[in-house]
Design a protein around this ligand. Structure first.
Ligand code: SF4
Length: 435
């Protein structure tokens, strides 16, 4: 089974003999002049993970979120909101999303502060992605929804007039753990007169023989529309319509093919990675890396799609080396963070070309990269897998530098390049396939 995303993030161990490769990669980056030509410097969307924990414990959690963490030993943006808010408020966002990772609502006070204070001149959407675990109890659910809505309604006068939406994650696996009632409770409450301007939709997973959304509709006394383009509508008796959009099942983290084969549900063709992935190509048939909003309607963005995880790492989704991220604690503002990220040739390459093209480059020396690119149905996870080891990171850096130097985008000392290739050869990396 692949290592879970949570475990990967927690394991910082690199074998001692490979450590010098990363150090040398750092030396190269420090020696490079700044790129003058690279992707956008503002972010259209940013996801923030208030926590890595999730009390739901779904069997398909690709992040394999732990149900509890010893919080005191781990930095958490939710316990230190000022740096993350300062950074995000300089990004130039269209949409700001509380997500996970874990379950955002294990940190309700942070979520409320975020909804109240997040800002950018063009901010249109604030979204909370939740499995609605907090809604297992009616009274608690009412208190939490009211607090979030109050935070939204009391945004300071000078801040952008953004919409607020609660996106509920509900699929067969969630329902096995907490049933459909928590989601139904939130949807019912949002029908109250003074809450109808709060957006709400559901994100589910497309599975064969799955009645989860049918059961939800029954609980709400609603009817369900036919499925079209991975979407269905729940038509409520009070006249509201709740959109349900379906995505593919990510067979990773806690889930694998063997476990899946034992379950009473199965994967329809539309839920296969290669079929579902077609939604994300642009009009010329290319995946737009680091620039896609993966919502009910796929939106290709002008700016970057970014992620800040709960321990403060700032990433461009599928757009930078996950082992070299900006850090909200060590960065004064977004301008500094984005300069740091674009100092790395891998960021410049990934934002231009995406992880699939990086996989082709790496496959010259690491043939398994091609298989990873074919099998991995989440692009940002593919970037993590491709760049999981220092020899791959250094190889990719040198190859990208060769390409960028040939294009006249950067100049790099030949001596550094030769030392890098020699170090890789010493580690037994096969360099014969470089084209
Ligand atoms: S609710 Fe989401 S984060 Fe929590 S265990 Fe389930 S899939 Fe993972």
């Amino acid at each position: 089974m692949p290592v879970s995303l949570f475990r990967q993030g927690s394991d910082s161990g690199t074998p001692d003999d490979l450590q010098p490769l990363d150090e040398f990669r750092g030396e190269i980056i420090d020696a490079l002049p700044r790129y003058t030509e690279h992707g956008p410097t503002f972010a259209s969307t940013c996801y923030v993970w208030p926590s890595s924990e999730c009390p739901v414990g779904c069997g398909h959690c690709n992040y394999a979120s732990p149900m509890s963490l010893t919080r005191l030993t781990r930095y958490s943006v939710a316990r230190d909101p000022a740096p993350v808010m300062r950074l995000m408020n300089g990004m130039g966002l269209w949409k700001a999303v509380l997500s996970g990772g874990g379950e955002p609502m294990v940190e309700p006070e942070f979520c409320e502060q975020f909804v109240n204070e997040i800002d950018s001149p063009n901010l249109e959407e604030i979204e909370l992605i939740t499995a609605a675990h907090f809604a297992e109890d009616e009274k608690e659910m009412r208190r939490r929804v009211r607090a979030l809505v109050t935070a939204w309604r009391t945004r300071a006068a000078g801040l952008a007039q953004a919409n607020f939406t609660i996106r509920i994650s509900l699929d067969w696996f969630h329902a096995q753990r907490i049933g459909v009632e928590p989601a139904a409770r939130v949807i019912r409450m949002l029908g109250e007169d003074d809450l109808r301007d709060v957006g709400c939709y559901i994100r589910s997973v497309l599975l064969e023989d799955d009645l989860t959304i049918v059961k939800l509709a029954e609980s709400l006394g609603a009817t369900l529309s036919e499925m079209s383009d991975y979407q269905q509508e729940i038509l409520l008796p009070d006249g509201r319509t709740i959109l349900v959009y379906f995505k593919n099942l990510i067979v990773d983290g806690r889930m694998n093919q063997r476990k899946l084969s034992r379950l009473p549900i199965s994967l329809p063709t539309q839920s296969r990675a290669d079929v579902f992935g077609k939604r994300f190509v642009n009009e010329v048939g290319k995946q737009v890396p680091a620039r896609t909003y993966n919502g009910p309607q796929v939106k290709h963005l002008d700016g970057l799609a970014c992620l800040i995880d709960d321990d403060g790492k700032v990433r461009i989704l599928e757009g930078n080396d996950p082992n070299r991220c900006a850090d909200v604690r060590k960065t004064d503002d977004w301008q500094e963070a984005i300069q740091f990220l674009y100092a790395d040739p891998l960021t410049v390459y990934l934002v231009d070309n995406g992880p699939q093209e990086l996989a082709s480059l790496l496959a010259e020396a690491f043939p398994e990269s091609a298989r990873l690119a074919a099998d991995t149905n989440q692009l940002y996870h593919l970037t993590e897998l491709l760049l999981a080891k220092p020899d791959r990171r250094l190889y990719a850096t040198l190859r990208v530098l060769e390409t960028h130097a040939a294009e006249g985008r950067i100049s790099v000392e030949q001596d550094l390049m030769e030392r890098g290739w020699a170090m890789l050869a010493q580690q037994g990396v096969d360099l014969s396939g470089r084209s």
